[in-house]
Write a protein that binds this ligand. Structure first.
Ligand SMILES: Cc1cc2nc3c(=O)[nH]c(=O)nc-3n(C[C@H](O)[C@H](O)[C@H](O)COP(=O)(O)O)c2cc1C
Length: 445
């Protein structure tokens, strides 16, 4: 009797080629993988939601004749000089050090052209960034790298960073390759030595201390500047409630798809929750305190298009922030640079070794010959174009839903394509009136 035919070679769904490649890399090096960017695994996201649009029961607005406003005011709760933006799409905090001075300047120029704000980051405020940003939010971080009380006063708002979506509970990294004389000088660190940012503020242990810190910052800035509190999405109901109770004007909530300059891959892929799952609990917390729309909610983490913006706003956010998408608009991961990405052992679209400082696009680098490739004026124009398109897209959707302001979008305009997204976003599964998990209440978050 002849032998039975062999079965086709089968790849494991558990030990995938990616998993095996990482095991081999770990075995060869003995060190965890560090990288930039956000979670790469597939997660529930805004793609899992759809707008219903108007028909007989709803009345759409005419694109060329009827207004759909996009303006947003941030920080009117306590600040005497709140921030007024033409679009709800803002630029997230990204550090000078992780980014070149040219990239920081380009972000400021682009945001200013679009009538929105940009944000500093770990490592302080550069003169280029302040000079070219009409509205600049100054981050106050656990590391205090680059913290300068004069810059607090030079800023238009202050953002106390508790955490980031890519790494809630963790601090950042800036490897020695990127710590040149200027970056080191601003951070009061020696050049060329790997730096790890603190994961928590040195002078507080809980919300009571946060309240004192907020008041201290208000005193320093004469109660003029809005104070934001940024958290990585993990327990959004309680974190939002505590930030609002501590006196924040604005809560910034960053989901796990959110980019980072450099962190352990295991952290990026396994800690925190997607922004889709975080918005409704955060909004619920503000509603329970009677503070929804009084304390603004800015959300981020994988936002790419006007559709994402409209969906985030429909779920109850007041504005969004973008990091990775802004870098792509400047030229990050451009296929035109494919030969150079290949020389670095990667490919356009996958390049995430931002910590190494060899970015051919001149964005995540401090090497002068690479950084000078990025023209801040051109980069700023590209970013402004992209921001304009996102705003127009969000307006298009809002008009189709019959809304005269982006803030009038509401959960009722949305349905979900999957049960998971329906449960997380608290909207019905498409074609049904079923909202999975409805009735769980705050405790369910
Ligand atoms: C290159 C880079 C540097 C960053 N640096 C900081 C930082 O210094 N402080 C901070 O709070 N967040 C930092 N972030 C996170 C962003 O502020 C933001 O939360 C995140 O990028 C939003 O997600 P998105 O990239 O998917 O848009 C950084 C992100 C990137 C991509």
């Amino acid at each position: 009797m002849s032998a039975p035919p062999r079965t086709r070679p089968r790849l494991s769904a558990t030990f995938t080629p990616d998993v095996m490649s990482e095991i081999r890399r770990a075995a060869a090096t003995g060190i965890y993988d560090i990288r930039g960017a956000g979670a790469k695994r597939k997660l529930p996201h805004f793609d899992d939601l759809l707008f219903l649009g108007a028909s007989i029961s709803r009345y759409p607005l005419e694109g060329y004749r009827e207004r759909c406003d996009t303006q947003v005011v941030l920080g009117a709760r306590h600040a005497s000089k709140p921030i007024v933006l033409k679009t709800p799409v803002t630029i997230a905090g990204m550090s000078f050090g992780s980014l070149s001075a040219q990239a920081k300047e380009a972000l400021g120029r682009g945001a200013t052209l679009a009538g929105t704000s940009t944000t500093t980051g770990d490592g302080g405020m550069t003169a280029e960034e302040r000079g070219h940003s009409q509205t600049l939010v100054y981050q106050y971080l656990p590391s205090r790298y680059g913290m300068n009380p004069d810059d607090l006063r030079r800023a238009d708002a202050i953002e106390i960073v508790i955490g980031q979506g890519a790494k809630p509970g963790g601090g950042g990294m800036l490897l020695g390759q990127k710590i040149n004389e200027r970056v080191a000088g601003m951070r009061c660190l020696p050049p060329g030595i790997d730096q790890r940012s603190a994961c928590r503020h040195p002078d507080w242990t809980g919300p009571d201390d946060l309240e004192i810190k907020i008041e201290e910052l208000r005193e320093i800035t004469d109660w003029e500047k809005p104070i934001y509190v940024k958290v990585g999405a993990s327990r959004p109901y309680y974190d939002t409630a505590l930030a609002a109770k501590s006196g924040a004007d604005v809560v910034v909530l960053d989901g796990m798809q959110g980019g980072t300059a450099a962190t352990q891959d295991v952290f990026i892929e396994n800690v925190g929750i997607p922004i889709l799952a975080a918005i409704r609990p955060a909004v619920q917390a503000l509603q329970d305190l009677g503070l929804h729309r009084t304390v603004q909610l800015v959300v981020s983490g994988g936002i790419r298009s006007g559709a994402d913006v409209a969906k985030a706003l429909a779920l109850g956010a007041d504005a969004v922030a973008i990091g990775t998408a802004a870098l792509i608009a400047l030229g990050d991961n451009d296929p035109a640079l494919e030969a150079e990405y290949e020389a670095l052992g990667t490919t356009a679209g996958a390049y995430d070794d931002w910590h190494e400082g060899n970015d051919p696009a001149g964005i995540t680098t401090q090497r002068p010959e690479l950084a000078s490739r990025l023209d801040p004026v051109l980069g700023g124009r590209r970013l402004a174009n992209y921001l304009a398109v996102m705003t127009l897209e969000a307006q298009t959707i809002a008009r189709a839903c019959g809304k005269s302001h982006l803030h009038n979008l509401e959960p009722e305009d949305l349905v979900a394509l999957t049960i998971e997204a329906a449960a997380m976003a608290g909207v019905p599964l498409a074609g049904t009136s079923w909202v999975p998990g409805k009735g769980a209440g705050a405790a369910g978050f």
